[in-house]
Design a protein around this ligand. Sequence first.
Ligand code: VAH
Length: 320
Amino acid sequence: MKKILITGALGQIGSELTTRLREIYGVDNVIATDIKKSDNVNFESGPFEILDVTDGKRMVEIAKKYNVDTIMHLAALLSATAEAKPLFAWNLNMGGLMNALETAREVNAQFFTPSSIGAFGPTTPKDQTPQDTIMRPTTMYGVNKVAGELLADYYHQRFGVDTRGVRFPGLISYVALPGGGTTDYAVEIYYEAIKNGRYTSYIDKGTYMDMMYMPDALNAIIDLMEADSSKLIHRNAFNVTAMSFAPEDIAASIMRYIPNFKMAYNPDPVRQKIADSWPNSIDATAAKQEWGFKFEYDLDKMTQDMIEKLSQKLQIRKMA
Ligand code: VAH
């Protein structure tokens, strides 16, 4: 990777991936793009272009203008929004992905796009979900992710594009808020715990989902993209996870640092149904074996860092 184009650079992953890649590869070698101008100070420091990923012609123009050799396609609607607007989600998620793959083919760039545990469905084995298994998702987001995995593999087999991807679990971070996801509760809870000392979860008790702290997610992307291609048996996309927890587990972890924190439950039928269709835990053995996937943050270590960083960001002292 020498010259990297990122789509969706203002999103939850993109905002931190842009900063991290600029630290590693040089500011001028990471071209951030998104559908709107950024007010994020990090972006003033390097190249930024307005790009609607459904405009394939413009995407190729930008890729050629900066002579990119890597495309990281992150722009997409997440699960809850996609369920509310399925046709828009199909057009944006699949149209954008197709344009990104075509651009990578045209300029001979390496390619990354994230899949998700949302690619699995209710008939998938729920515990320690294998890398290769039944994938019949019952959400538009899941359909997009399975189709996306197949498309990315097709572009590798048919056109030789070096496509790679991971099936991300829910991602937790303090820089940019996620938008329209099912796992967003695991981010909101920290903000509410610090601001108000309480949170009402829209995901019910006992609902286990895989999760990962953003620093581990960024490392996974970079490690996969730098991995020796000849060692990859799989490509799109690898199961990766750091932990699996239910809302009561994250509440208990927060209480270790904010003892008076109060948790309540008011399940949102739509997002609860999506969460219930996903695995309880997935198996990341293939990623560990083929490119050395590892993670550093477990639930309590993540909680401690989230509370510390968010307290600074919100200018509230809350550590016990
Ligand atoms: C979502 N955060 O909730 C995303 C992610 C596994 C969940 O794909 O839609």
